[in-house]
Design a protein around this ligand. Sequence first.
Ligand SMILES: NC(=O)c1ccc[n+]([C@@H]2O[C@H](COP(=O)([O-])OP(=O)(O)OC[C@H]3O[C@@H](n4cnc5c(N)ncnc54)[C@H](O)[C@@H]3O)[C@@H](O)[C@H]2O)c1
Length: 384
Amino acid sequence: MTERTSSACVVGLGTVGLPTAALLAQAGHAVCGAERDPARRAAIVHDDLVEPELTGIVRALVASGALAIADAPAPADVYVIAVSGTATDPWSALEAASRQVGAVAPPGALVLVESTVPVGGTARVAGWLGRDDLDVAHVPERGTPGAMLSELRHLPRVVGGLTPQATARAVAFVDGVLGDTVQPTDATSSELCKLVENAARDVAVALADEVASIAEAVGADAATVMRLANQHPRVDLLRPGTGAGGPCLPKDTHWLVDGAPTQAVLFRTARARNEARPAAVADRVVALAAEVDGPVACLGVTYKPDVADARGSTAAEVVRQLQARLPGRVRVADPWLGAGDGRVGVAEAIDGAAVVVILVAHTAFATLALPAGAVIVDVPGVRA
Ligand SMILES: NC(=O)c1ccc[n+]([C@@H]2O[C@H](COP(=O)([O-])OP(=O)(O)OC[C@H]3O[C@@H](n4cnc5c(N)ncnc54)[C@H](O)[C@@H]3O)[C@@H](O)[C@H]2O)c1
């Protein structure tokens, strides 16, 4: 068997697993994608996926037989586990997937854990596999929804095996297919590196929001202060926002803090700050809305700009709080999600609005014509 042209089984065909399976199939591996959720299996074949490029690629690979979709893992030379845990339950999905793989993997198979895991997670996977004849490595990814396919292909990738042999095999498998430059290390370093990357971004978000809060409190314009501060060659503040949500940052920071409660003081503080941020934004809007009559238009409910993805969105949390505190006044729109599910179109939302609250820095909001006379709350400073 050569790692370059083997059979592969990707377990979990979500945001990360599906493009991973597609790239492996394109590279010539015979790929089985195992997905336990029937609705997701149907969507993969029949619906438009979040990334338009991926939709066409997956359809073609499935039609040609290069990518087979199944409901459970099948025998393969290499497994890629890409299931996800939650902040409070890191393990259930990973344990179930690992036990399934352990039951069907042929002797000598390579098992790659693409999931983000708390430190020690790769060793736990090895325990759940229940086998001493498999090589196991952690191969976290850094892709972002909306650009997952190209980022999986081209970003440098850290690979950390439980043994030097597992690391070497994982590097050979991943290199050039799931990452341009592969950095070998051990499993613990790889696990910690992935958590630190996301937790560091959580801290950066908290810092930007704190600067914005201070600017507001002292009567300065946050966007101006941040733009000027960023002219310093060694300062790089992010835009302010509604906190940090999405599928990864909150849970990864929680896992990092839980694993090192004594050391992770700054990370814990940043997470608490980010969790308090939606309420702070809502407080500000409620205070401004009390000064005027009329609708309050909330623009943007995705978890980050320019994607149709609202998982764990803190902008959506701000909207929920405003709907509770300003009953009957709140209109919601997001050009990336469209109307429906309580949302209207952007033009309808802002028509005659007394307050317009921009919650997400969608590019389209930078030049959107807003109603004259409305109070504008540009939380991310997208129009500055
Ligand atoms: N989405 C991101 O932007 C992103 C970025 C970096 C890292 N990650 C990490 O990658 C991992 C996967 O994230 P995701 O966003 O793709 O998750 P996801 O929830 O989109 O997909 C996981 C999929 O796995 C399926 N699944 C769970 N258990 C299964 C099993 N035993 N057999 C078959 N299918 C099973 C689920 O039904 C789901 O479709 C997570 O650890 C996440 O933290 C995600």
